[in-house]
Design a protein around this ligand. Structure first.
Ligand SMILES: [Zn+2]
Length: 200
């Protein structure tokens, strides 16, 4: 029977905080997890997360469920590039690109650290990731919400995603088409990662 307790103990340890909920196809239908900071495909070139799990506040998940349903009606699936981001990852990103225009310095609390923000993209109905205006964390003019500099069908997809996110209650930022926040993000405390030590 000891293995059952071991399994339970390891599952509990892997969970960062009781205020966060894991994003799965059960709570966000059809979601495609492409967590860039869990792979080496990010601006640091290193995996920053111990696993490829996405965590968010319950309210953000509730709104994403609405987004997923709306997208499904249009033949798309929601892709998640990043969700809750522990302070350790914020520090690693800043070290790789210390530019306050694009990243929150470690001295400030990023919105992602509150579990209220999510970086999203689009996949087709089969889960194939689609071309969008730019890659994740591609910090140039293609990343902004002026989609006149990208192919028409790509601009259309970005607008479909934006419309669905806004309709579900998220707010966006002008410089990153992939980034969205709960509108009342400032009311949420940052969540540290117990497993990683979570120091400030
Ligand atoms: Zn973001």
């Amino acid at each position: 029977m000891a293995w059952i307790f071991l399994l339970l103990a390891s599952a509990a340890m892997a969970f960062p905080d009781e205020r966060l909920v894991e994003v799965t196809p059960a709570n966000v239908p059809g979601v495609v997890l492409d967590l860039r900071y869990a792979s080496t495909n990010n601006l640091t070139g290193k995996a920053l997360y111990p696993d490829a799990k996405a965590y968010l506040r319950q309210e953000a998940i509730r709104q994403l469920r609405r987004v997923a349903r709306e997208l499904e009606d249009e033949g798309y699936r929601l892709v998640i590039w990043d969700a809750w981001r522990p302070a350790s990852a914020q520090r690693a990103l800043w070290k790789a690109k210390p530019d306050g225009k694009f990243l929150t310095p470690p001295s400030k609390i990023s919105r992602h650290r509150r579990g209220t923000s999510v970086d999203v993209s689009l996949a087709d109905g089969k889960g194939n990731i689609l071309e969008m205006p730019s890659d994740h964390d591609e910090f140039n003019a293609k990343a902004d919400e002026d989609f006149s500099d990208v192919p028409k069908e790509v601009a259309l997809r970005a607008r479909i995603l934006r419309k669905a996110m806004f309709a579900a209650g998220f707010s966006g930022v002008p410089d990153e088409w992939w980034h969205y926040d709960l509108r009342d993000w400032a009311d949420y405390e940052p969540v540290e990662d117990k497993k990683m030590g979570g120091s400030r």
